[in-house]
Design a protein around this ligand. Structure first.
Ligand SMILES: Cc1ncc(COP(=O)(O)O)c(C=O)c1O
Length: 379
């Protein structure tokens, strides 16, 4: 099997699974309980928070455990709207965000908020000038993803932060789900990022667990009210096994991260060069994009047909995103990048992780050549 669908999810690392099982079996106490079983669980919870914070270069009190990327995005956006809606009702995002952002924005629009969707260029990148023009006195939030999940475009987060330094009251949220471990992420005081969303299953951690970075002093309303866990900001009994396992996965992710990124970039470049030899192939991912995502189309062949043909030879890829593939809608990211509809419906995504190899990429190209020939005959 060749698994090239790592932006949909990654295989949980066996040592992370072992940690998850061990904590589940041995530390079943509720971190809120007063007895020593509770203390033990709470100790492990705070230790994980410290570890995550230290790896991310932030303070432990700035890390909040969530159920993953969707919750983080919803919390950042709706939590800001609830908290700051009395000061302004305008939000800014891009036209290439994950549905967790887009749909949260759409829900707020129905509640009377106004949303500006920044356009992107052919590489999927927003214009800083357009952002500057969009900012208003009633803007309360700018939410821009660091790395796009469909084509891997990298947004200019540092430059957006520079612009937002003149707007200290505007919250700046970054969906960093596809960026963690793949590009440099700066959450330091000078970065101006207030809120950032992360999800463990994208870096070999368990599904259903993630974390949010919330800069100290920045207020967003809780979405989950209840027993006051996570410093009173995200209630619900903590998924301790998931949290400890995620912090282990994060440690592994950041061990030799640069070497791993470089390896993925080499594989992406190798694949891209191999595919571009075919006149019927269009590559949508920029060479300067994230190292792990390569989106392309074989003209005339629908994405899902291509995905299933590859599956038959043991290679797992996806149409542009796992979310849009079941609904069979063409990618809104590609249409925002002005890719014509007939080409967008042929788009597929190869997404890599650090365990992928050049040998797998070679095998992919061998199978691609066979498929291309087969489809050529059909046409
Ligand atoms: C950019 C981005 N944001 C958010 C999410 C949602 O994360 P989760 O699957 O943890 O809910 C994903 C998942 O694909 C993603 O790629």
């Amino acid at each position: 099997m060749i698994y090239f669908d790592n932006s949909a999810t990654t295989q949980t690392d066996p040592s992370v699974v072992a940690t998850y099982v061990k904590v589940t079996e041995e530390v079943f106490g509720n971190p809120s309980s007063l007895h020593h079983l509770g203390d033990h669980a709470d100790g492990l919870l705070q230790q994980s928070r410290k570890q995550v914070a230290s790896i991310m270069g932030v303070e432990p009190k700035e890390i909040f455990f969530t159920s993953g990327g969707t919750e983080g995005d919803n919390w950042a956006i709706k939590g800001t709207a609830i908290e700051k809606g009395k000061y302004g009702k305008h939000l800014i995002t891009s036209s290439v965000e994950h549905p967790a952002v887009k749909e949260s924005m759409a829900q707020l629009e129905k509640q009377g908020f106004e949303v500006t969707y920044l356009s992107v260029n052919r590489e999927g990148i927003i214009s800083l000038e357009e952002l500057k023009e969009a900012l208003r006195s009633d803007t309360i939030l700018v939410s821009i993803m660091a790395v796009n999940n469909e084509v891997g475009s990298i947004q200019p987060i540092a430059e957006i932060g520079e612009i937002l330094k003149a707007y200290p009251k505007v919250h700046f949220h970054v969906d960093a789900v596809q960026a963690i471990g793949k590009i440099k992420l700066d959450l330091s005081a000078s970065s101006r990022v207030d809120l950032a969303t992360f999800s463990a299953h994208k870096f070999h951690g368990p599904k259903g667990i993630g974390f949010m970075y919330i800069r100290q002093g920045k207020k967003i309303a809780p979405l989950l009210s209840g027993g006051g866990q996570e410093f009173g900001r995200r209630s619900g009994t903590e998924n301790l096994a998931g949290i400890v396992a995620m912090s282990k996965a994060l440690r592994l992710l950041y061990t030799d991260a640069l070497v791993k990124q470089q390896k993925q970039r080499e594989i992406k470049e190798y694949l891209s060069a191999g595919l571009e030899k075919y006149s019927k192939v269009s590559v949508f991912s920029s060479p300067t994009g994230a190292p792990h995502i390569l989106c392309f189309a074989l003209r005339g062949i629908r994405g899902e047909v291509f995905v299933h043909a590859m599956e038959k030879v043991g290679i797992y890829i996806s149409t542009t995103s796992a979310c849009s593939s079941r609904s069979q809608t063409s990618s809104s990211t590609l249409s925002a990048m002005h890719v014509p509809e007939n080409l967008a419906t042929s788009a597929v995504r190869v997404s890599l992780t650090d365990t992928n190899t050049l040998a797998e990429a070679k095998q992919f190209l061998v199978e691609f050549a066979k498929l291309e020939e087969q489809f050529r005959d059909i046409h």
